[in-house]
Design a binder for this molecule. Structure first.
Ligand code: EPZ
Length: 438
């Protein structure tokens, strides 16, 4: 059944919500537990679909999992890791991108792995060439099959040199999860250094790994023979925190995001302030509000960390439709992440997308026929519409647009949003949003 939400918009969101562990870290730490010879405990775990998918996949491989959802504590015991039946794994095909990260740990534990075809948001080609090249350079054999990839390493995995042409988060995680128990030294250059990557390094170090991170994006890992389990509290989800901040701005609201962590959000906070938003930081979280007056247009270029994160842009674009003047967006991480603007135009926004790079950053997509830049002219009043969620962050931006628009909107396919936003309907209710499941 189509998951529908009726939204009666035009009212500010006011109140407090709580953000737990980062969607783009927690599933990776869960995969890391496979490498441990003893059980692991992960705290601050949100109840989101991506956690469920990885839990199912780990269970299929014999990991015993207990999830105290109320407390947000996940206990993982990888003692009896075994090869799962392909048919069972196949059932999870297309549901997430995380399965590709099982390769290294399963090769270390079992000498082989079968990875189903991946899922993930439709925001670009989402290739895995960096992942497969990296695994091969560790000595793995990678065989493409109809519904996935079979990987073996009959001679074990040995340390290697990996250079990433682009600081890919996933390919960096792939390298770390494989190198920690490979034989000898691995040097990774061009690595991603997002806070979620650094927290995964924290976890691996707790397990017994030996790793260093240099300022030039070089990570060196000395392989060890054994890793033990970890106990770790996940860093908060900075994308969810920024999404609620953008909702406060777009609806003239005032939201306290308990759990938001300033050091992970520095670039977002600078941008939020430049647009005209107000925020106040305390030890428990961050309050975001619209202080009144006009919002200011900006030039926004997404980038890898410590730049403005690509996952922050879709929710913020809705607030930019309310800024007085022309804002320019240059999306440099994904080639096809501006499709969501179509529905915003239907709601009254004035957004034009372009193939050209409208910004100063060097970009891989210039003149390759990808609409990856946009000009947003505001302020434009938004009116309710019948819209369908295109992807996770675009979906949240549609919720914001519907909440900011005058009149009723019907948002279809909202279940996608629960992949990355824990209990978002309860949170909307706490913020006095006038919403009702269809
Ligand atoms: C992670 O995706 C996040 N997902 C994404 O969040 C996030 O946007 C992205 O990192 C960038 O920060 C998870 O962590 C589950 P990449 P990932 O590899 O690892 C190219 C969200 O909404 N590339 O850093 O898949 C790729 O095409 C999601 O929470 C290759 O060319 O992203 C893209 O242009 C969306 N070959 C760029 O690198 C490869 O083998 C960045 O991708 C791998 C990547």
């Amino acid at each position: 059944m189509d998951s529908i939400l009726r939204v009666d918009g035009g009212k500010p969101l006011n109140g407090e919500i709580f953000v737990r562990g980062a969607k783009n870290f927690v599933p990776k730490a869960m995969v890391a537990s496979l490498l441990g010879s003893t059980p692991s405990k992960l705290r601050n775990v949100p109840q989101i679909r991506d956690v469920d998918v990885v839990s199912e996949l780990l269970s299929l491989h014999g990991v015993h999992i207990n999830f105290d959802q109320g407390a947000g504590v996940l206990d993982l015991n990888p003692k009896n890791v075994e090869i799962a039946h392909v048919a069972d794994i196949d059932a999870l095909a297309g549901s997430s991108r995380i399965p590709i990260l099982f390769c290294g740990p399963l090769l270390h534990r079992l000498g082989e792995a079968f990875i189903p075809d991946l899922g993930g948001c439709n925001i670009g080609g989402r290739p895995i060439d960096f992942h497969l090249d990296t695994l091969r350079s560790f000595g793995a054999n990678v065989i493409k099959e109809d519904n996935g990839i079979r990987i073996t390493a009959d001679k074990g995995l040995r340390g290697t040199q990996v250079h990433l042409p682009f600081p890919s988060v996933g390919a960096t995680e792939q390298t770390l999860l494989t190198a920690v128990m490979a034989d000898g030294l691995t040097e990774l250059t061009g690595a991603a250094i997002e806070p979620e990557i650094m927290d995964l390094i924290n976890v691996l170090q707790k397990m017994g790994a030996i790793m260093s991170v240099d300022t030039d994006r070089t990570i060196r890992i000395e392989g060890v023979k054994e890793l033990t389990g970890f106990t770790h509290t996940a860093l908060p989800d900075r994308i969810e925190a920024a999404s609620w901040a953008s909702a406060a701005l777009a609806t003239h609201g005032d939201i306290y995001v308990r759990g938001a962590h300033q050091p992970d959000m520095t670039t977002f906070l600078n941008t939020f302030r430049k647009v005209g938003g107000a925020f106040a930081i305390d030890d428990e979280g961050i309050r975001f509000w619209h202080p009144g007056g006009e919002l200011k247009p900006i030039v926004l270029e997404t980038n890898v960390h410590p730049g403005f994160m690509t996952d922050w842009q879709q929710p913020l674009v809705v607030a930019l439709t309310q800024a007085s003047g022309l804002s320019i967006l240059h999306e440099t991480v994904y080639e096809n992440r501006l499709g969501f603007t179509r529905a915003l135009r239907e709601m009254g926004a004035n957004i034009q997308v372009y193939r050209e790079c409208l910004g100063g950053l060097r970009c891989r997509f210039g003149q390759r026929n990808f609409n990856h830049s946009a000009v947003i002219s505001g302020p434009t009043p938004l009116h309710g519409a019948n819209i369908t969620v295109p992807d996770l962050r675009g979906g949240f931006s549609y919720l914001i647009a519907a909440l900011a628009a005058e009149g009723e909107s019907i948002v279809h396919g909202i279940d996608v949003i629960s992949r990355g936003y824990e209990h978002f309907l309860n949170k909307l209710a706490r913020l006095d949003a006038q919403v009702e499941r269809g």
